[in-house]
Design a protein around this ligand. Structure first.
Ligand code: SF4
Length: 212
């Protein structure tokens, strides 16, 4: 990454950390994936039960791999052998100590937008796990809430659909058609604008391009 972009991300990151804190989130800015991984591991106590949903950025910094290698009670629904096991793990995740997730859009004034198909990820973000840890690359940050919503709907969701390849319009065109398909992945659109109890949701912002 160019020095100019690093500086640009750092300056916006500092503003965003301040604005997130004003909304009672905890927040840190890390220059790169390595720093972000160290910060995340510092925040997750050994022995904690940890799960995740829609946490591609956490995966990219190596967090899930480090947790699986370490002394943590990992609940990984993707490791389930049967649908029943995966469903149980999804339910268990709702009561874990630390839930990892990402952001589809993050406005510079400190509001997060997330879109969900099933709803488990946004549900866990809103209520349940003791702590929610959001790992987000600075590519997710937009100037205001409207542009964060737009990013989530027109960039993150159609890109995510390329992973799932469900029979939705954006799978074919790469463009959101505001569908009402049975297989639509945009069923819940959640804005998290303030944190209660204070500090339950923690952000690690990374000065790199991560996730979708
Ligand atoms: S076309 Fe449907 S599934 Fe695709 S991004 Fe738009 S609302 Fe979501």
């Amino acid at each position: 990454m160019s020095e100019m972009k690093k500086l640009y991300y750092r300056k916006r990151g500092e503003i965003l950390v301040k604005n997130l804190k004003s909304r009672h989130f905890d927040a840190w800015y890390c220059e790169n994936a390595e720093e972000a991984l160290a910060k995340a591991l510092e925040l997750i106590p050994e022995g904690a039960s940890v799960s995740w949903g829609g946490a591609m950025s956490a995966q990219q910094i190596g967090l899930q791999a480090a947790l699986k290698d370490g002394n943590y009670a990992v609940i990984d629904r993707y490791a389930g052998q049967t649908q029943e096991e995966r469903d149980q793990a999804t339910k268990d995740a709702m009561f874990c100590d630390v839930y990892l997730t990402g952001a589809n859009g993050l406005s510079l004034d400190g509001q997060m937008v997330n879109i969900d198909g099933t709803g488990n990820r946004v549900a866990a973000t809103i209520f349940g796990p003791k702590t929610v840890l959001v790992i987000a690359g600075m590519n997710k940050v937009t100037d205001d809430l409207d542009s964060a919503l737009k990013r989530a709907r027109t960039v993150a969701a159609p890109m995510n659909q390329q992973r799932f390849q469900l029979p939705n319009p954006c799978t074919v065109t790469g463009t959101c058609a505001d569908c009402k398909s049975e297989t639509c992945i945009c069923n819940q659109i959640v804005i998290t604008r303030n944190c209660r109890p204070a500090g339950r949701i923690k952000f690690i912002l990374v000065g790199e391009e991560l996730g979708l």
